[in-house]
Ligand binder design. Structure first.
Ligand code: GDP
Ligand code: MG
Length: 602
């Protein structure tokens, strides 16, 4: 297809504003999926995506569309490539690469809700990438829709006329053909040098059991054809192109991809790490000299220990992680042992949603019961002697004289009704936030921008925000470098022995609260022993909180005096069962359940 007949676009929307429904409707309207094959959320592949209503991986689908030609009014057929983008803060980088593959974006806003933080963040990203924005209000069939009000909000935000805001319903299909026409009319055709060495940008790569890694690309310059040898510019790795094609939406092999086209490549590699999002594909025969900009290595931001509750599941967990890794270039892990929890892995994630998704998949697809330690972010500790230690696990926190510690911070955007400004400021204050700016979208709605430590967001920030704003606030954030902070490691000790799984790196002002809370929890959860057990919280050698588990007076058999022998035996038997799940911390016996209960957040 010649570039003038191609339009590449994505849809930017807040969760639940109707992106999947509109995408489904476009598939139907353009005839690529007929009524019979249609199922809801056609493009969301994984069960977990459908259930949670989020997109984890990007998607691309090619649709033919006949639109009126400007002057003559006759119809011509165009190729529309819709690139779906992940809809969550953890995947900002993936979103930025999907946007970079497009010339335009449909800004989709629920006509009963208005713009939310996530929409705003992605809109800013799209504007930075110079995309043409087509503003659209969705769900106009709803009785509660307020299209006039929200059209004004959007027009004010992107600087267009209120009349330019399209109105559609993904549900009834109203306005969808007009939207497709508008895409052809307004979004620029791709431009590129057809005679230059090939350069294609990878915006997604997915592992498929049958086909191996399927790499989704947008060709910028030149062309790619089957059987050609290609090279990845970041790693210089070379592969043969076994198959090349387009999704429409089922994969269909093609004779090649030219300037502006979007499609998939299959090379037989088995690991998405060999085909990285953002990397540039070129041909070995005629190599491009300069890679496309914007490529970044995936970098884990949040770390947590993952342990099987049943220790004998450890090999299953290891195999499961190896499998997930094939399809998840951002997932990193290494074996770790804990006195309290046994054998497990320290796993690095892009963020909290990524963590939840991985954990849920491990439990669901591999049938594992897991316990995770409190998530932490990565720190850089500079010692007095100038050495620098990277800390992704509290146990790696160095002893000795520390010069400074840095922690990652994020730039957060919060959108809420203006009556909650006070409540939000108060929350951000307690989370060590700095207000960076505030704008009114309308007299009733405000956008607040904060710099916040990532560690404070990881810890139930979103829940706290929701509860203080009766669910009306939305949040988005992106990494924004690091800052120096006054941080300490708090250890929890049972009878003088550190319980590794409970060590945490926290701000100095919060150390006491953390210590008191954890010591109190463990005191409640750990059964009495034959002797008194002190539970302490300490920073280095300095104890900051203390509780005591008092000794038991009677042993278990005492209850059975006068009872029959078989009952006593049963009780002993049962105790032995329980022993298997007991962990020793120094001389203190702790049922594993106690650790699990203490680690699960209330
Ligand atoms: P996504 O999270 O942006 O992909 O949103 P979905 O497409 O999954 O839609 C979220 C919810 O809104 C679903 O319950 C849809 O049925 C509903 N929905 C989507 N579009 C419309 C629409 O145009 N009108 C109405 N009434 N409901 C819609
Ligand atoms: Mg969706």
């Amino acid at each position: 297809t010649p570039p003038e007949r191609i339009r590449n676009f994505c849809i930017i929307a807040h969760i639940d504003h109707g992106k999947s429904t509109l995408a489904d409707r476009m598939l139907q309207e353009t005839g690529v999926v007929d009524q019979r094959q249609m199922r809801a959320q056609y493009l969301d592949r994984m069960d977990i995506e459908r259930e949670r209503g989020i997109t984890i991986k990007s998607q691309a689908v090619r649709m033919p569309w006949s639109a009126p030609e400007g002057a003559t009014g006759g119809l011509s057929t165009y190729v529309l490539n819709m690139i779906d983008t992940p809809g969550h803060v953890d995947f900002t980088y993936e979103v930025s690469r999907s946007l970079a593959a497009c010339e335009g974006a449909v800004l989709l806003v629920d006509a009963a809700q208005g713009i939310e933080a996530q929409t705003l963040a992605n809109l800013y990203l799209a504007m930075e990438n110079d995309l043409t924005i087509i503003p659209v209000l969705n769900k106009i069939d709803l009785p509660s829709a307020q299209p006039e009000k929200y059209a004004e909000e959007i027009a004010g935000l992107i600087g267009c006329d209120v009349g330019d805001v399209l109105r559609v319903s993904g549900k009834t299909g109203e306005g969808v053909p007009e939207l497709l026409d508008r895409i052809v009319e307004l979004i620029p055709a791709p431009t590129g040098d057809a005679d230059a060495p090939a350069r294609a940008m990878i915006f997604d790569s997915v592992y498929d059991t049958y086909r191996g890694v399927v790499t989704y690309v947008r060709v910028i310059d030149g062309s790619l054809s089957p059987r050609e040898r290609i090279a990845m510019m970041s790693t210089k790795a070379t592969h043969e192109l076994l198959e090349i094609g387009v999704s429409s939406p089922e994969p269909a092999p093609s004779k090649g991809l030219g300037v502006g086209e979007v499609g998939y490549l299959i090379t037989g590699v088995k690991d998405v790490r060999q085909s990285k999002v953002g990397d540039t594909v070129t041909t070995l025969g005629r190599m491009a000299t300069q890679a496309l900009g914007g490529y970044k290595e995936p970098r884990p931001m949040v770390f947590s220990g993952l342990y099987p509750i049943d220790g004998s599941d450890y090999p299953i967990l290891r195999d499961a992680l190896d499998k997930l890794k094939l399809n998840d270039a951002a997932l990193v892990y290494e074996p770790e042992t804990s006195a309290a929890l046994g054998f497990g892995f320290r796993v690095g994630f892009l963020g909290m949603l990524h963590l939840e998704i991985v954990r849920e998949r491990l439990e669901r697809e591999f049938n594992l019961d897991l316990i995770s330690t409190l998530p932490n972010v990565g720190y850089e500790v500079e010692m007095d002697d100038g050495t620098v230690v990277d800390v992704t696990n509290p146990s790696e926190f160095p002893a000795g004289r520390i010069a400074s510690i840095t922690e990652p911070v994020v730039r957060a955007t919060i959108l809420a009704p203006s009556e909650y400004i006070g409540a939000i400021m108060e929350l951000c204050q307690t989370r060590r936030g700095t207000l960076r700016g505030m704008d009114y979208l309308s007299p009733e709605r405000v956008e607040m921008r904060y710099t916040l430590p990532l560690a404070e967001i990881v810890f139930d920030f979103f829940d706290a925000l929701k509860s203080r704003t009766r669910g009306f606030a939305s949040l988005d954030y992106e990494p924004d470098g690091v800052q120096v902070a006054d941080l300490v490691k708090v250890d929890i000790l049972l009878q003088g022995d550190t319980v590794d799984a409970f060590s945490a790196i926290v701000h100095k002002d919060k150390a006491y609260a953390y210590g008191v809370q954890m010591a109190g929890k463990l005191k409640e959860l750990i059964p009495r022993q034959q002797f008194e057990v002190p539970v302490q919280a300490a920073i280095g050698a300095r104890v900051i909180a203390r509780e005591t588990i008092r000794a038991i007076r009677k042993d278990v058999l005492a209850k059975c005096y006068g009872g029959d022998i078989s009952r006593k035996r049963k009780l002993l038997e049962k105790q032995k069962e329980g022993k298997k799940r007991m962990k020793m911390v120094g001389s203190v016996e702790v049922p594993q359940e106690a650790f699990i209960a203490a680690l699960s957040q209330d």
